[in-house]
Design a binder for this molecule. Sequence first.
Ligand SMILES: O=C(CO)COP(=O)(O)O
Length: 249
Amino acid sequence: MAGNRKFIVGGNWKMNGNKASINGIIQFLHEGELDPSTEVVVAPPAVYLDYVRSNLDKKIGVAAQNCYKVEKGAFTGDISPAMIKNVECDWVILGHSERRHVFGESDQLIGEKVKHALESGLKVIACVGEKLDEREAGLTEEVVFRQTKAIADNVSDWDKVVIAYEPVWAIGTGKTATPDQAQEVHARLRQWLSENVSPAVASSVRIQYGGSVNAKNCRELAEKEDVDGFLVGGASLKPEFVTIVNARK
Ligand SMILES: O=C(CO)COP(=O)(O)O
């Protein structure tokens, strides 16, 4: 099943970097031998999108880390898919756990954002994932399916969507999900998609794992049948990101 899905590794820089450090990242991305069979996307802070897109090899995609649900207007501090497209970036990350839990974004808002981003021609990395207390209470599937439904209800073209499963307890904690834990949720998510969207979408949509992925643990995770790539935070700022991109090489 995994055979037809192109491996995709994203680097979510979060609120990190400046022009000097970004030049360093661009340099290791250009010098590193990136596996051509892996799709690579980096997500700089919004203020650097134009700079990164202008200076980075076009074979690497550039994503915004968030956007709003309409094209323009009185929404101080936000950016729109039209603006992201205008600086020639093709992707946006939506529903990241930090947007959900630090900034209080709801399933409904994330769904509306997914809808508008896709209608605007962007590709979307849509994130889902349970918190530690939810996992410990046995609610992982309930939470992940609820979040996925809010996204799925708003998807017009599944070819433009990647799902990122990022358990909140594994993000920035150094506590990676084991390959079996990741595989278990990915497989259940695919089953949910098969039953609630279609078997074709379930077998073609790519599901990334995110949460403390690094050069040491990426290979074992990448071996799992339903792990189609990674969404990497901290390690995407460092040269080891190249090793993660090449996890299947
Ligand atoms: O949130 C993440 C990627 O979006 C994961 O972050 P870390 O890789 O730093 O745990």
